[in-house]
Design a protein around this ligand. Structure first.
Ligand code: GDP
Ligand code: ZN
Length: 313
């Protein structure tokens, strides 16, 4: 080992740091100071395969050895701050990391066409919070709703304390605020199809969604299905991950506390429950149910809570 001058420096060379932009099967595209480097993975890093489908994911910060210009080997994966994962199909203990170190979820719903499914919105808020992500809600296609109808339909979310924007990819309304919310952050854009996610990305930066269109391909590897995920650099600073796989954040395996975190409107009444382990769904002496009955909690939110909480084991 190490007989040739060209091999030895590869393992001993000073390592440089980069961000994984995309996982392409055995190869990874890593950006180092804005320049792409195509990397292989050092063998020892593959050992984790028993537990994770991909030991390295888009968004991971890695240290790599440069072999030649544009080519390298990933030697080390730096600790993740967040981890968006989903269960790999067909196998319960396997977690598949879809994107690492994402810190912000842009949750897009349309005010109309398609009608906003608030239960689904609430599920996204729970999943994003549980994944350690801050959320920005975009009520998109706001051009389809007269301004005076906004508050009665959607004002609830900002009243509760979520950041909620009215946006229109058509008129440009709200895009400055959205751009500001995404600047210098690593965001994932999610929401049902047809709400205008691609249109919003294109309105923020021309050509962005065009690029997102061809990264959604699916590869089949054994019994696992892996979506290729790519981070897209934003011209105003930061990154956005946009893939069909991430558009549906999973709310599998949630804890009671994680669900409650996304319901700050129920929280003030939880202290008034007769039982400290109250699930606020059917118990007698429940302060939250009493508040809901007294009209202090929006019925839709209460319904979402009961449904989401019902899925928690
Ligand atoms: P995606 O599936 O979430 O990426 O949605 P698209 O960006 O493909 O948009 C779905 C449809 O909604 C397209 O026909 C768009 O032209 C339309 N659309 C997108 N944004 C807006 C908007 O702000 N206002 C209106 N009226 N239509 C929009
Ligand atoms: Zn209760």
């Amino acid at each position: 080992m190490g007989q040739t001058a060209s091999r030895e420096p590869a393992s001993r060379a000073a390592l440089v740091e980069g961000v994984v932009i995309e996982n392409r099967g055995a190869l990874f595209e890593v950006h180092v100071d804005g320049h792409p480097v195509i990397c292989l993975l050092r063998g020892k890093l593959k050992k984790d395969k028993q537990r994770q489908v991909a030991p390295v994911a888009a968004g991971d910060r890695v240290r790599l050895a440069l072999l030649e210009p544009g080519r390298g080997v990933i030697e080390e994966v730096l600790p993740r701050t967040t981890d968006l994962s989903r269960r790999a199909a067909g196998s319960v203990p396997l977690q598949q990391t879809l994107a690492a170190n994402v810190d912000h979820a842009v949750i897009v719903f349309a005010v109309a066409e398609p009608r906003c499914d608030r239960y689904m919105l609430d599920r996204f808020l729970v999943a994003a919070g549980a994944g350690g992500l801050e959320s920005t809600i975009c009520f998109n296609k706001c051009d389809l709703l007269p301004p005076e109808a906004r508050g009665p339909h959607f004002g609830l979310y900002s009243e509760i304390g979520f950041r909620a924007l009215y946006t229109s990819a058509y008129t440009g309304e709200g895009l400055e605020e959205l751009r500001a919310a995404m600047t210098d952050r690593r965001s994932v854009i999610c929401g049902p199809s047809g709400v205008g996610k691609s249109s919003l990305l294109n309105a923020l930066a021309t050509g962005l969604a065009l690029r997102t269109a061809d990264v959604g391909h699916v590869t089949h590897k054994g019994r696992h299905t892996t979506s290729s995920i790519s981070l897209l650099p934003l011209p105003f600073g930061g990154w956005v991950a946009d893939t069909p796989g991430l558009r549906q954040l999973s709310s599998d395996g949630l804890t009671h506390a994680e669900v409650m975190d996304a319901f700050p409107d129920l929280e003030p009444y939880a202290g008034q429950c007769a039982f400290s382990n109250c699930s606020h769904r059917h118990e007698t002496g429940c302060g939250v149910l009493a508040a809901a009955a007294a009209g202090k909690i929006h019925p839709r939110r209460m319904k979402s809570y009961v449904q989401i909480r019902g899925g928690v084991r």
